[in-house]
Design a protein around this ligand. Sequence first.
Ligand SMILES: [Zn+2]
Ligand SMILES: [Zn+2]
Length: 366
Amino acid sequence: MAENYNVVEGTNLTAPEVKCPGCGGTIGIRFDPVKNTLECPFCGLSTRLPQPGEAPVVEELDFNAASQRANVNWGKIKKLVECSNCGGQTLYDAEQVTGACPYCGSTSVAPAAENAQIMAPAAIIPFAVPKDKVQDCFMNYLHRRHLVAKKAYSAVLENITALYLPFWTFDSYTISAYVQEQYYSSVGGNGYSKYFKGVWGHNFDDLIVFASDRIRHPFIARVNKFDFEKALPYSPEYLAGIPAERYTVGLNEAWERAKKQMPRIIEREIARYEKKIHGGTAMTPKYASNYYNVKYRYLLAPIYLATYKYGKQNLRVAVNGQTGEACGDVPTYLLKMILGFVALGIAMLAFYFGGLYLLHLLGIIN
Ligand SMILES: [Zn+2]
Ligand SMILES: [Zn+2]
């Protein structure tokens, strides 16, 4: 923050998203920029807001206690199997035969040493795409791509495996106190800044953190946009015969990651708001946020993994089991094209210099 600035105080007292952290009321709530408090006329709560740059007050769940209290009943006995090649940890029905790792195909899988209580999911997004439609999803994907090698269109997917992936989702209401610098340029070149102080509220709903760090499948991250609104309460039938990847990113770590996502969103909103109200160029705001009402969910989301043969290669594919979005290795004729262009370029250069030489010989140029 600049050393000398004049704060134009009380700029956004009516921002609609600002709620009282005590009673949730929005009517009549007032930001006192001098005391740096939020005053609620309804319940009388005066909330001290952090000064920009100050450490936030986070009303966090005690995540350690939460994971200890969490439900570990999956409704059916599960066994945890670990791949010694990629480290993927997968939960199967106890009686299910497990041959190969669904992520890397390795057959060096064995029951994991740690078979402790594993938190059961609170919710699950069921498969909406049937297994026999996975091939079509992949073909749709190929048809939307450019420069696909013709032979790829006759690819037939093999080893189509249904799986559930683990996610954490977080909800939190945040109140941020900020100072926003707006820069105004002028014709003479003497630009100047104005500083506006305000308070901003944002309700985060279903902020998503992928809960597995072990999976090295290259395409899962490209197809993991799910509609989390359609999640249903967990019930063991959904998992009958379908393995589930175990979360390896714990609740605490996931919450730390979620907290890194939130500031970027808050920052953008403040800058956009102040620009709309005061014009100029919005600089990055200085601010601090309080987090209220932190809630989390652990849920499973559906995915298909598959492979296909292309010449001697074994190529990989992932398909979102809810939306059908696909991604995978695509053989292209790009390389052929590049080689083609290079050859053409050489031919043109030869033609050009050959022509020049000819003109020279004919005495037209020297
Ligand atoms: Zn209140
Ligand atoms: Zn593996």
